[in-house]
Design a binder for this molecule. Structure first.
Ligand SMILES: C[S@@+](CC[C@H](N)C(=O)[O-])C[C@H]1O[C@@H](n2cnc3c(N)ncnc32)[C@H](O)[C@@H]1O
Length: 257
């Protein structure tokens, strides 16, 4: 199936979902997505100019602002952006279309963060095009942090999610739609995500001219105040820290074979 044939509804592109998501902070399994990010960001990024790609209702953007970043949140959903602006009236939130980010400033950003955004983005071509657009916004030493669900998220039980009603998830291959139900929001209709394996993330980054600097898969700790289910043994999230692939002296990307 080509990218053009893919029909995938952005799970967050409607008002009910957006309102439900706006109340979500960092409960349960979500805590693990954000717990180690300050340390990871401080270790890998220098400078304070940031883009929050797929900012949603602004949770991840406000998080970066609290870390002292000057942030522009970008998203394709007007419903999500409307709520982000309500929750953070002084924030900078902008509507974008896929791959068109040059107006934000090429070679201008120290950090681009994409939290749970690629879980909602179908298609190799589409993803590659988007990542190339984001890569061009980075300063030469800028970093892109991409945080998404692990493949294991869709076949286990979690403090924040159930997947047991979706046995089809077990047979998913990259690009398939997988399902879960979120416990921490009012809207408990199944959420659709795009499944993507680790090797295919690595291949995707290579195609987009990005190099992996580090990966992290945070696990829950027994002493934490949550009722962990799988979280202490299986990582629900994977975090990739990416940088621009090296270019030769003429500025041409040197892509590995
Ligand atoms: C699950 S929400 C995460 C929001 C936020 N990053 C957070 O952690 O709270 C995913 C967001 O990605 C946005 N999104 C999906 N596809 C996108 C695309 N192609 N470009 C920009 N944003 C996109 C959705 O509209 C949604 O707001």
């Amino acid at each position: 199936m080509t990218d053009a044939e893919i029909k995938f509804e952005n799970s967050w592109g409607n008002q009910l979902r957006a309102t439900s998501y706006a109340k979500l902070e960092f409960p349960n399994t979500y805590y693990l997505a954000y717990r180690d990010l300050p340390e990871i960001i401080n270790k890998h990024a220098t400078g304070k100019q940031a883009i929050d790609f797929g900012c949603g209702t602004g949770r991840s953007t406000r998080f970066l602002k609290l870390m002292g970043f000057s942030v522009t949140g970008i998203d394709i959903s007007t419903d999500m952006l409307d709520l982000a602006r309500k929750l953070d009236p002084t924030g900078d939130y902008q509507l974008v279309s896929n791959g068109n980010y040059a107006h934000l400033g090429r070679n201008s950003f120290d950090l681009i963060q994409a939290i749970f955004t690629f879980d909602n983005i179908p298609g190799w071509e589409n993803r590659t095009n988007i990542l190339e657009g984001l890569r061009d916004l980075l300063k030469p030493d800028g970093k892109l942090i991409c945080l998404d669900s692990t493949p294991e998220l869709y076949i286990n039980e979690w403090a924040s999610f159930t997947t047991k009603d979706f046995p089809g998830n077990r047979h998913a291959v990259t690009g398939d739609i997988v399902y879960d139900i979120m416990f921490d929001v009012d809207d408990t209709r199944p959420v659709e995500d795009t499944f993507w394996t680790r090797p295919d993330y690595i291949e995707l980054f290579r195609r987009a001219g990005l190099e992996i600097e580090a990966t992290y898969q945070p696990l829950g700790r027994m002493e934490e105040p949550f009722t962990w289910i799988s979280e202490t043994k299986i990582a629900p999230w994977m975090i990739f820290v990416l940088k621009k692939q090296a270019s030769d002296s003429a500025g041409i990307l040197v892509k590995p074979e």
